[in-house]
Design a protein around this ligand. Structure first.
Ligand SMILES: NC(=O)c1ccc[n+]([C@@H]2O[C@H](COP(=O)([O-])OP(=O)(O)OC[C@H]3O[C@@H](n4cnc5c(N)ncnc54)[C@H](O)[C@@H]3O)[C@@H](O)[C@H]2O)c1
Length: 450
């Protein structure tokens, strides 16, 4: 852990002064004139981290190194866990954050006025109640994926953020993957021409959250890893953001186009139960829990402008980690992880092979993300998910400090969150189409950035 906290308090203040520029996620001009929501500038951003488990624990230490950010409070169910992070911060010369302990302690945290930003890293089942309370209090709210999980909660987030003039952002770290940022940048500069189709895969075996000593230890729901509990009663695409976020930004969804409807198809639900059977034997009570969640989900989305997006998710079949995006336009295509690009140079020429060697290097140099170029060292030092975690937090903090719109708005938050419920509805209804609400209420058509 300590490597993440290497930066001293003095170093932290120096970094604040040095971080003069930070490029936007895409190349289009940003700022108040874009019509997007901008909050009053904050010189020093007081952040409270809610949930200090695997993800939140890493966030505490990452945020300590983000210019302009001060971690002022930690909120947890488990006091020992929060205290451990508090002591580690203290040992590295940071001011001790205040602790708020208990399942409802987030209310006292939000009501206390100690923070400007609430950074939510709890399990899925508590994202909505914490986020909606923070927004009610007018606090900028950052929520781990998959955000909130119902259309009603997504609408409530939009209404509260608009009414109380605060940001609500999905902590979509995959949008800061280096290849994904190259894709977004190039697409926004029209390199691929009119876009027609995008794809995203999140094929990540996460059976470690299944029946092992970390959770899911017994037959009772409350003993289970609480995000996994959601898979007992729900099916559909429960984790769409890693696959969808980068494509949504590359296509300027909510900034000139909008997701109109989806159809979703799910395979049978076999994997989690089979894992419990293999681990504990067929007669163990845990092996008798019936999971609703489809093992493999494919969701297709059509936009108002006639583009399509295809998403695939699978988490409980043994396989190597496969996450990535592809985007297709009238001038060519790009695929991430590894970066592969094919562009047409003349009609029916050039796009039938991927760029290689110097040509690909030139493409990277021209369309690679300036944010990565500027902040690579700091991103790699933290190295959370290869550096993308740091860049995500660095970037919203930069925007808050400089009075810029965030890369991802509350409308993105709501639209991406809504896929959880809408894909489930479609799967349960023989893949019938479901409309995706226009959370911008028409603003997508006129505002380049909302
Ligand atoms: N973006 C990514 O790459 C990524 C990676 C892993 C997990 N996640 C997301 O991060 C979130 C957390 O996942 P995790 O793996 O860290 O889980 P975890 O179980 O390790 O941590 C969750 C923590 O939240 C705490 N908590 C739960 N309810 C709370 C409440 N009401 N108030 C305060 N604390 C509470 C728990 O005690 C626990 O310490 C999930 O939403 C998950 O989907 C995102």
């Amino acid at each position: 852990m300590s490597a993440k906290l290497e930066i001293s308090r003095r170093g932290f203040l120096e970094k604040v002064a040095l971080a003069a520029t930070a490029a936007a996620i895409g190349s289009r001009a940003q700022g108040a004139e874009s019509g997007a929501f901008v909050a009053p500038k904050l010189d020093r951003i007081r952040v409270a981290v809610v949930g200090t488990g695997g993800r939140g624990g890493a966030a505490v230490h990452r945020l300590c190194n983000v210019p302009g950010v001060e971690v002022v409070a930690l909120c947890e169910l488990d006091e020992a866990k929060a205290k451990r992070h508090q002591q580690q911060m203290k040992a590295h010369g940071f001011r001790e954050p205040r602790l708020f302990i208990g399942p409802e302690a987030y209310k006292a945290l939000c009501d206390s006025g100690v923070c400007d930003v609430v950074h939510i890293n709890t399990n899925w089942t508590s994202h909505a109640k914490i986020a909606l309370h923070a927004l009610t209090c007018g606090i900028h709210t950052m929520v781990e994926v998959p955000g909130v999980r119902s259309v009603d909660e997504a609408w409530e987030a939009v209404e509260l953020a608009e009414k109380n003039r605060c940001h609500c952002m999905m902590l979509s770290n995959c949008c800061y993957d280096e290849d994904a940022m190259t894709m977004i940048n190039a697409a926004r500069q029209n390199v691929f021409g009119e876009l027609v189709h995008g794809e995203g895969d999140y094929l990540h075996e996460t059976r470690f959250v299944g029946p092992n000593s970390q959770g899911f230890r017994g037959p009772k729901r409350e003993q289970m890893f609480s995000s996994l509990v959601a898979l007992i009663d729900h099916t559909g695409m429960c984790y769409p953001v890693h696959a969808l976020g980068p494509i949504s930004l590359a296509m300027n969804i909510n900034r000139g186009d909008r997701m109109e409807y989806l159809v979703s198809m799910g395979s049978k639900a076999y994997g989690w139960q089979e894992l419990a059977r293999r681990t504990y034997g067929p007669d163990a009570p845990v092996a008798k829990i019936k999971f609703e969640a489809n093992d493999f989900n494919t969701t297709s989305i059509r936009t108002v402008k006639g583009r399509t997006i295809q998403l695939r998710q699978c988490n409980n079949v043994p396989m190597p980690y496969t996450r990535g995006n592809r985007i297709y336009g009238f001038n060519g295509m790009l695929s991430t992880r590894p970066l592969q690009v094919a562009l047409e140079k003349r009609f029916n020429g050039g796009a039938n092979r991927f760029m290689a060697g110097a040509e690909l290097a030139d493409f990277r140099a021209k369309y690679g993300s300036p944010l990565w170029r500027e902040q690579r060292e700091a991103a790699k030092k933290d190295n959370g998910h290869g550096g993308q975690d740091y860049l995500m937090d660095y970037r919203w903090a930069y925007c808050l400090r400089n009075g810029l719109p965030l890369d991802m708005s509350v409308y993105d938050f709501a639209a991406w969150s809504s896929i959880f419920e809408l894909s489930e509805r479609s799967v349960r209804n023989r893949s019938q189409a479901c409309d995706i609400p226009d959370f911008t209420r028409g603003k997508w058509a006129s505002a380049p950035f909302v």
